[in-house]
Design a protein around this ligand. Sequence first.
Ligand SMILES: *Cc1c(COP(=O)(O)O)cnc(C)c1O
Length: 367
Amino acid sequence: MNQFIPISQPSITQKEIDYVNDAVTSTWISSLGKYIDRFEAEFAAFCGSRYAICVSNGTVAIQLALTAYGIGEGDEVIMPNLSFIATANATLHCGAKPVFADIDPSNLCLDPNAIEALITPKTKAIMPVHLYGHPAQMDAILKIANKHGLWVIEDAAEAHGATVNGKRVGSWGNCATFSFYGNKNLTTGEGGMITTDDEDFYNRCRHLRDHAMSKEKRYWHTAPGFNFRMTNIQAAIGCAQLERVADFMAKRQLIFDWYKTYLGDFKGVSLNNTDAWATNAYWLICLENKSWNLESRDAFMVELKKRGVDSRPYFYPMSQMPYINEFPDTPVTNQIYQQGINLPTYFDLKEEQVKFICEILRQLLDD
Ligand SMILES: *Cc1c(COP(=O)(O)O)cnc(C)c1O
């Protein structure tokens, strides 16, 4: 009898345990300590950006970045309609309005051709999302942003290490935000990061992260800042994970190759596409079936689970959430979200397990 295969699980080794032990026994368990500084410096280097600021999670990383650009009430931020809800929620929490654009069906990311029609005098930023590990087409997006004087904030929560034209995500936009949630490519339990080359922006983020306390005068606060700090304990896990990141990236590519070998395009289904100009961080294996609708797709996931394999549906279009309830013209999003699922993708997954998953998939697709 095979064990239940989850969609995701973190990989924790003795290295993570040793670093956490060291952080805890040092008594530097809050948000000061050597692992914080080291994690920021090493993550910035990993992305090829000048600065990095670690924060409590990937959602507040977005909120902090928007706030540091002065984006708020009355402003609009263009983003893809298909993303994890944090992209929209963080924008709403700043008082700004998410404006939903359609996606490119080949990579599930913001379609550069859908942006310009949505730009208004209120637009302040474009927030592409590197969905499921595939990067958005940053060169085309930056061209549009520069033409219209807009900030570009990459939501890179799902794509640590992915590249566009050989250059890593996190180094393309004016800034980028990352998540280190337990199911992400690299984890600190809960955690997030902002990367940037802009020194002024970096200093504003650091300031706002810690209640906007004056550098010259302690307990004097120059703005309603936040407590978005990460702990040294979390950063210790992050440092250990970052030492292993090359292995993480190689393993995710290998897992994709196994799915490709054992499932391929059986019965016309498709796995993650990677555009020629990109490398994929494969946060999650994607399986699309053009003959699915919401009902048959969800029924398929139930059958998979009965046979010991976890999966999850593509995100719903963010515009559909009851507190947003908008109907933007995003036909690609509106169709694709019903026809996709994510399959188990994590470091400790074994070839035998992927083979088993693919056998089950073939049986179910054959019915
Ligand atoms: C995970 C995720 C976030 C939020 O990160 P948290 O650390 O969970 O707050 C933001 N955007 C996207 C696209 C994500 O997948």
